[in-house]
Design a protein around this ligand. Structure first.
Ligand code: ADP
Length: 321
C-alpha cells in the first residue's frame, strides 16, 4: 500500500468527532507516505467522483469542530449493485486503492459490499447512537450524552420552579444508550428505552414517590425509538394529575464541539484504520472494545447484536428512587 492512494469519506448520520477522525486518517496516511483523497458527501460523492487531494493543512483547525468537513449523505443509488459499480469505476479512475468509511452500520453494509468487490476498506464507527456491536463507544456518543445531560439540568431548573414533570425525548434510533447514560448522569427519575418494557403506571409511581418526599421535579427520559412522548404526557396527567411537559431535543444532540473523549477516540480509530490499510488487513471496523483499540471483521460486526448495558439500567433505577 506504500506510495499509493487512499480515500476517506463520512456517510450516514453525522456525529461530533468525525472531523477528528478525518484529520487522523489524513495525517497518519501522509506520515506513512500515502496520498489521501477526501470524498465529499459520502457514497454519493464516490459515485460522482467528488474527490480532492488532501494535505496536512487541509485538516488544520478541525479537531474541535462538530459536523464533518467532507459532508455526509444518504445515497440510495449506492445501495444498488449498479451504483456500487459506478463507485468502483470512479475509484479506479482516481487510482484509489484503499478506502476509509466513517459512519454507522448502514455505511458498513455498503463498505462490506465494496470489500466483496475487491476494494480494501476499513470502517470507523461514527454515530451518536452507540448502536454498533464490538464498540465500547462510537465516535460522537460521548458528546451527545454530554449535550443531553446539560439539557436535563436546564429543564430541571424550570420544571422545579413549576413543580411539573417533564418528558425529554432523546435521539438514538433503535438504541436506548444515549437515554440510558444521560439519564444516569442527569439523575432522571425514569428512563424509557426500547430495550426494556416500561409501563405508565411505573413512571407514575416513581413520580408520586418523589413528590411524597418533597421533590419538586420529575425528569422522564424517553428514547426516540420508543416514541409517543405526547401520549405519555397525557396518560400521566390522566392518571395522577401532575402537569407534564414534553421537550424533544432533536438535532442539538448531533452538533457541538466534540468532547475530549470523542476527539481522542476518533484520533485513535482514524489512525488505526490507516495502519490496517497499510498492513492489508482490511474488510474490518476499527473500534475500542473492552478498553482496547482493535478491529473486527465487517461480517462479525454486521451479524452481531449490540450488547445492552443492563447493569447501567438497574443502577439508574436504584439511584433515582
Ligand atoms: P448510517 O451509516 O449512519 O447507519 P445509513 O443507514 O443511512 O446511515 O447508511 C448510509 C449509506 O450507506 C446509505 O445511504 C447507503 O448508500 C449505504 N447503505 C446503507 N445500507 C446499505 C446496505 N444494506 N447495502 C449497501 N449499502 C447500504
Amino acid at each position: 500500500m506504500r506510495n499509493k492512494s487512499i480515500a476517506v469519506l463520512t456517510s450516514g448520520g453525522d456525529a461530533p468527532g468525525m472531523n477528528a477522525a478525518i484529520r487522523a486518517v489524513v495525517r497518519t496516511a501522509i506520515f506513512h507516505g500515502l496520498k489521501v483523497l477526501g470524498v465529499r458527501k459520502g457514497y454519493e460523492g464516490l459515485i460522482k467522483g467528488e474527490m480532492f487531494e488532501m494535505s496536512l493543512s487541509s485538516v488544520a483547525d478541525i479537531i474541535h469542530r462538530g459536523g464533518t468537513m467532507l459532508q455526509t449523505a444518504r445515497s440510495p443509488e449506492f445501495a444498488t449493485p449498479e451504483g456500487r459499480e459506478k463507485a468502483l469505476n470512479m475509484m479506479e479512475v482516481f487510482g484509489v486503492q484503499g478506502l476509509v468509511v466513517i459512519g454507522g452500520d448502514g455505511s458498513f453494509r455498503g463498505a462490506r459490499d465494496l470489500a466483496n468487490m475487491g476494494i480494501q476498506v476499513i470502517g470507523v464507527p461514527g454515530t451518536i447512537d452507540n448502536d454498533i456491536p464490538y464498540c465500547d463507544r462510537t465516535i460522537g456518543f460521548d458528546t451527545a450524552v454530554n449535550t443531553v445531560v446539560e439539557a436535563i439540568g436546564r429543564i430541571r431548573d424550570t420544571t422545579s420552579s413549576h413543580n411539573r414533570a417533564n418528558i425529554i425525548e432523546v435521539m438514538g434510533r433503535n438504541s436506548g444508550d444515549i437515554s440510558l447514560y444521560a439519564g444516569l448522569a442527569g439523575g432522571a427519575e425514569s428512563i424509557i428505552i426500547p430495550e426494556v418494557n416500561a409501563s405508565v403506571e411505573d413512571v407514575c409511581k416513581r413520580i408520586m414517590h418523589g413528590r411524597n418526599r418533597g421533590k419538586l421535579h420529575s425528569i422522564i427520559i424517553l428514547a426516540e425509538g420508543v416514541g409517543g412522548a405526547f401520549e405519555m404526557a397525557k396518560a400521566i396527567e390522566g392518571k395522577i394529575s401532575v402537569e407534564t411537559r414534553v421537550t424533544i431535543l432533536g438535532h442539538v444532540q448531533r452538533g457541538g464541539s466534540p468532547s475530549a473523549f470523542d476527539r481522542i477516540l476518533a484520533s485513535r480509530l482514524g489512525a488505526k484504520a490507516v495502519e490496517l490499510l497499510l498492513e492489508g488487513d482490511t474488510s474490518k471496523m476499527t473500534s475500542q472494545y473492552r478498553s482496547e483499540i482493535g478491529a473486527f471483521d465487517f461480517d462479525e460486526v454486521l451479524s452481531a447484536k449490540k450488547e445492552f448495558s443492563g447493569e447501567i439500567y438497574s443502577l439508574a433505577r436504584i439511584l433515582s428512587i
